[in-house]
Design a protein around this ligand. Sequence first.
Ligand SMILES: C[C@H](Cc1ccc(C(C)(C)C)cc1)[C@H](NN)c1nnnn1Cc1ccc2c(c1)OCO2
Length: 331
Amino acid sequence: DTGSAAATPIDPRFDIAYVTPVTIGTPPQTLQLDLDTGSSDLWVFSSHTPASQVRGQRIYAPDKSTTSKLLNGHTWSITYGDGSGSRGNVYTDKFTIGGVTVKSQAIETAQQVSSSFTTEDAIDGLVGLGFSTLNTVSPNGQLTFFDNAKPNLDSPVFTADLKYMKPGTYDFGFIDKTKYTGEITYVPVETDPGYWTFTSSGYGVGSGTFSSSPITGIADTGTSLVYLPTAIVTAYYRQVQGATNSRSYGGYVFPCNSTLPAFVFGVGEAKFTIPPSYMSYAAVTDGSPTCFGGLQSSSGIGVNIWGDVALKAAFVVFNGEEPPTIGWANK
Ligand SMILES: C[C@H](Cc1ccc(C(C)(C)C)cc1)[C@H](NN)c1nnnn1Cc1ccc2c(c1)OCO2
């Protein structure tokens, strides 16, 4: 098997998250889900989600699928690092992304979602593409779509080609040579506790010197921004006129008309440049002259996160061979 599916930003003004069309059940029900390499639960808004918590999301109705089966006595409950979360029960059903089908995928149906999911009407759920060890289904943990699909994929990989303010693609089972330039640099992945954890070889601010120092963090398609150690973040914003670390806005902000330097990060011998446009994430509120930075401190999180702001500067290969590795290429 091989497959390809679009990754479309949910907001035309800034890249909060990307959604991908998937089909579930028989006849196929189409939902727009957020593929998330930083978690490992596949959950959806469903006919079990209270109407008061559904605001325009598409839902999966297992009772309308002839191939759905309740996974008796199984429940799930997840809390994300930003404080949002959801919980519910579990079915198995046919699940397809970009033409790659898993005949019996665990589909976690939401019986409760937190307010931030209710308000995000463009996201009908998440597809966890982290390692299955992180799956929250109890009493028996379930496999991710990638783990289920892997044996039937031509190659045990998926790739992310996210783009700035326009649709990109997720490919499954093959590496599309037309999507990158030069060579792919592969580095080891630490699979404990279950993220795609790798070590970057260093960073540089704008045209400044490159600092070769190991930065261990997770490649996370489900997180919008980049979260790095405070020392790196202060070095970056020192170069931005009027930048401050705002308690009220919860991070570094600056005047939207400031000139921003690029941010360079290393993977092995390779270097990747996040252009200034990606580094200004969004106005703090619509029309405000104050902008929120695409690079923020990881000190409150406990892990460094290479989110979409970094991922869309590269073509990234999530290699599920044993041992797993992650590959980065320019594009
Ligand atoms: C936050 C997402 C998971 C999510 C995605 C989308 C949404 C909305 C639809 C409601 C917009 C909420 C949640 C992330 N996924 N790996 C995640 N899941 N668990 N940890 N992380 C990474 C992290 C951890 C902590 C942090 C953070 C990020 O941003 C700010 O503080």
